[in-house]
Design a protein around this ligand. Structure first.
Ligand code: IVH
Length: 674
């Protein structure tokens, strides 16, 4: 082999490893620049020596020309669907069906082990590897015949182009999906380019995978979870668990929260846990798939119709419903922005009665073009606010009255003439003393991520404003128990509790105070960056546009916006009053990258003996450490308390150091006794 061929092979192996570390293991060891440099070197060699280009070279992901149509593909093995279970009773019925079936085969009292997998809401696909090389990928279609989407699958970084140590032929099954973050940024990009947005990540993934031009797919954030093997030659598996391990070892992304369980009770518990966690995952799931682990049992159980008897989909309650949109109304946001929302014929969605649903903003409203009287689709997923998705069944057959609904030209609260600033998606009420605006600002101030004043919510804020007890945020800190106790539905006890939480909120960190102030352009994350970089309110107020614009995530336009608001006399007055009330206007702890725990990543789980998780997390942050929510190879320490669950198991599997509270305090130099 020539020196060029050697080097090309070396580069390919290296790039493949880095790709896997980045996309599959979530544990990169080099930066993007270094990766790009290696890729450029390989491109140069291949350009000078075209005969050296291989089908699985990382340079060939977007190599293919657009196809003229999606070809039909017959799957080597039919792709099944799944029977559903929606409750523990239906789950038990499934287990009973399996036992009865095996009993008829002469196997009594069968015991099962189960593998519990998230049911990712994307698109089922089949990818055939022949002699280790990706040959063809196809959508599920009707289960027998799908569509050839090889050109697009090749662009997905999480899909290996080749596998080592491979059998003659193997068909990988999995779900192509788009992460929520990817979906959101794709939609934002499309909206800013004046293109229609996608309704949900699933539609975005489906639309992308069916594109004819692979360059389009390459630009969109698709990913893969592998969950099974279809047809294969020259290999067999004894269990689902072993299959998943094999896939993981060959570089396929297999979700690390998948578990093997020994009992029905554990399986049901896990389903309920996934249901709880649903809203906090980085991708959408619509259920949990429970599979019998043992391959021999699977074989004996077989298939009924299109559903394998050995697997079941635990489906979460549906998150969409159809109901009548009665009216479109507008609420005033904390910056005077008018938000359209739907008043609905009350309907139960996912176990909650919904009467109002957001329509986000005018563009969204114009795009959906829903009108009073229309039947509309309501979506309520996870913990997010219910939203109107679209008219149902279709706008052409609508019952709705009148033309498209437009933003009002007078503020619905204070009747001031509204205006629509350039570059803004919102029509605004320009009146800074608008009661609606003030209400929104104060409700934001006391909310969870901001000052976190327990017991003080929108209803009470409105009452306080109406009674004239407060005008701005600083007035909250001058309230007295007697004043609160007199309000409707309040008493001495609840009044005292609120005064206590107001007092406690004075300890909220500088970053939260900045966020609470309600400065346009300063969200939770920017609040934290500003606090970390500028460290004191004096430095922040003295900072020029440049200094503010250089804060991560800010930039010149938002920098200008923030600076202008900070210079406003009313804002300065509010800040001074809050300082006088005793709120934190200085960043505690060492600057980023300093402190005893600098660059160390922690995850917290379970109940600690004395500290709440929030307190522990504040201590870690104050010492320069980072706190994240899920265990990965990048985690340095897992702090585990009582009843730690799957995170502990995962940490042990990944050999992450596990600490108790006492050990954490020791690490912080704050032994419990001290
Ligand atoms: S197994 C047993 N596992 O759910 C063979 N399917 O209704 C059936 N899905 O079309 C597939 N995550 O799109 C399986 N971990 C998972 C899954 C999963 C999502 C989807 C897949 C399939 C549908 C079955």
């Amino acid at each position: 082999m020539s020196a060029a061929a050697d080097r090309a092979a070396e580069l390919r192996a290296e790039l493949r490893e880095h790709n896997e570390r980045y996309y599959i293991k979530d544990d990169p060891s080099i930066g993007d620049d270094q990766y790009d440099a290696l890729l450029d070197e390989l491109r140069a060699i291949e350009r000078d020596n075209p005969e050296l280009v291989t089908a699985d070279s990382p340079t060939q992901r977007v190599g293919a020309e657009p196809v003229s149509a999606l070809e039909k593909v017959t799957h080597p093995q039919a792709m099944f669907s799944l029977a559903n279970a929606r409750s523990p009773e239906e789950f038990d019925a499934w287990v009973l069906r399996m036992r009865n079936h095996l009993a008829r085969e002469g196997i009594d009292d069968a015991a099962f082990r189960y593998v519990c997998e998230p049911k990712v809401d994307g698109l089922a696909i089949s990818i055939v590897y022949r002699e280790g090389l990706l040959e063809r990928g196809a959508t599920r279609g009707n289960g027998e015949v799908g569509e050839d989407v090889t050109h697009n699958l090749r662009t997905i970084p999480a899909v290996p182009l080749s596998i080592d140590d491979a059998p003659a032929m193997i068909e990988i099954r999995g779900e192509v999906y788009m992460s929520l973050e990817g979906f959101q940024s794709l939609n934002e990009r499309r909206a800013s380019e004046g293109k229609p947005t996608f309704m949900n990540p699933r539609n975005a993934a489906a639309g992308t995978l069916r594109q004819l031009d692979p360059r389009l797919a390459a630009e969109r954030p698709l990913s893969l979870w592998a969950y099974g093997v279809g047809a294969c030659e020259g290999i067999s598996f004894d269990s689902q668990w072993e299959t998943l391990e094999w896939l993981r070892e060959r570089g396929f992304p297999v979700n690390s929260d998948i578990e093997r369980l020994d009992s029905e009770q554990q399986a049901v518990e896990r389903c309920l846990e996934w249901q709880q966690r649903r809203g906090s995952l980085s991708f959408e799931i619509d259920g949990v798939v429970i599979k019998v682990d043992d391959a021999e049992q699977q074989r004996r159980l077989g298939v009924v119709g299109r559903d394998p008897r050995w697997a079941v989909a635990w489906k979460f309650p549906p998150t969409t419903k159809i109901t009548e949109l009665k009216q479109i109304e507008w609420s005033v946001g904390k910056f005077g922005d008018l938000h359209p929302f739907a008043v609905l014929e009350p309907v139960e969605v996912g176990g909650v009665v919904v009467q109002h649903a957001t329509l986000h903003n005018e563009e969204d409203l114009a795009r959906k073009d829903v009108r009073p009287g229309d039947e509309v689709i309501i979506l309520r997923a996870g913990d997010v606010i219910p939203q109107v998705v679209s008219p149902a069944p279709h706008a052409a057959e609508r019952k709705g009255r009148g033309g498209p609904v437009k933003a009002p030209n007078k503020c619905p609260v204070c009747s001031t003439a509204t205006l629509k600033p350039e570059n803004s998606v919102f029509t605004k009420c320009p009146n800074r003393d608008c009661a609606g605006r003030r209400e929104a600002l104060l409700t934001h101030f006391v909310s969870r991520g901001a000052m976190d004043v327990d017991g003080l919510g929108e209803k009470l804020v409105v009452m306080l404003l109406e009674k004239g007890l407060i005008e701005n945020a600083a007035d909250l800190y001058g309230l007295e128990i007697a004043q609160l106790a007199e309000l409707d539905g309040m008493g001495e006890l609840s009044a005292r509790a609120i005064i206590d939480s107001l007092e406690a909120s004075k300890a909220r960190p500088f970053a939260s105070v900045l966020f609470a102030l309600g400065i346009e352009g300063v969200g939770e994350v920017t609040g934290r960056s500003l606090a970390q970089r500028l460290r004191t309110i004096d430095a922040l107020l003295a900072a020029d546009v440049d200094a503010i614009s250089q804060t991560p995530g800010v930039g010149p336009i938002v920098g200008e916006l923030i600076t202008t608001q900070l210079a406003d006399p009313q804002m300065r007055k509010l800040i001074a009053a809050l300082q006088a009330a005793g709120l934190q206007f200085e960043q505690e702890g060492p600057p980023p990258g300093e402190g005893p725990l600098a660059d160390k990543t922690f995850v917290l789980t379970g109940t600690l003996p004395t500290l709440t998780r929030e307190q522990a997390s504040e201590k870690i942050l104050a010492a320069g450490g980072r706190v994240t929510t899920s265990v990965s190879k990048k985690t340095d320490y897992l702090v585990a308390g009582e009843a730690a669950g799957s995170k502990l198991e995962k940490a042990e599997r990944l050999e992450v150091t596990v600490l108790g509270e006492a050990e954490l305090l020791q690490l912080l130099g704050q032994d419990a006794e001290a």
